[in-house]
Write a protein that binds this ligand. Sequence first.
Ligand SMILES: [Zn+2]
Length: 259
Amino acid sequence: MPLNVRPVRAFADNYIWLIDAPAAPGRVVAVDPGDAAPLLAELQRSGSSLAAILLTHHHPDHIGGVSRLLERGRVPVFGPDDPRIGLPIRTLRDAEQCKLPDLGLAFDTLAVPGHTLSHIAFWGHGALFSGDTLFSAGCGRMFEGTPPQMSASLHRLRDLPPDTLMYCGHEYTAANLRFALTVDPHNTAALEHRDAVKRLRAADEPTLPSPLSLEIRINPFLRCDDATVRAAAERHAGKPLAGAADVFAVLRAWKDQFR
Ligand SMILES: [Zn+2]
């Protein structure tokens, strides 16, 4: 059975994802609660209670609400082993399972360094919580990792089953598609998706989750080994590029400057 997941908006464009526990009606798991206030409001509105917290990385807009949530009641918090989180959490290593048997939930931990070195993603029940590593039609900024590291992380996510639904940390899809279509202007799937995204955003609806099968077609950062994307990166760099990690490095730097 697919998970029941709903977004809670925080700050300008963050999503805190709320997962309904399949085995415990009324109990929910929060992913990356950067701000407690909107989450508490949603718990109140829906009459649900917080049962656990998952953290993908240490950035304040992903963990900032945890202390206040824990003051209202202890729940287990799972996240990467990183002292910068500074909270009592159960740390998860790559390939370790995050198990919540009372809730009927279990996720695989995937180490995906690049945006930050300790960034992890959670995969299970056909859902991927990718934090700031993979966005729809884009990827996170490479603050701490190297291009080979982040490119390998994105390939790991690309290799998950294509029917996986991707839930990421920010609503960046429209801007990402502008860049994706600059790299690959004739990408039919991206052109069609741009229209769908325009309609969703005009109605103030989230563009997420996004199926991995779609991301594989529209997201240039998942297509660094594609001939068209590679040719665009080579034109931009003005030199031939040796492999996918070099293509990724050029795309990432290009996107950093893109307006
Ligand atoms: Zn971040």
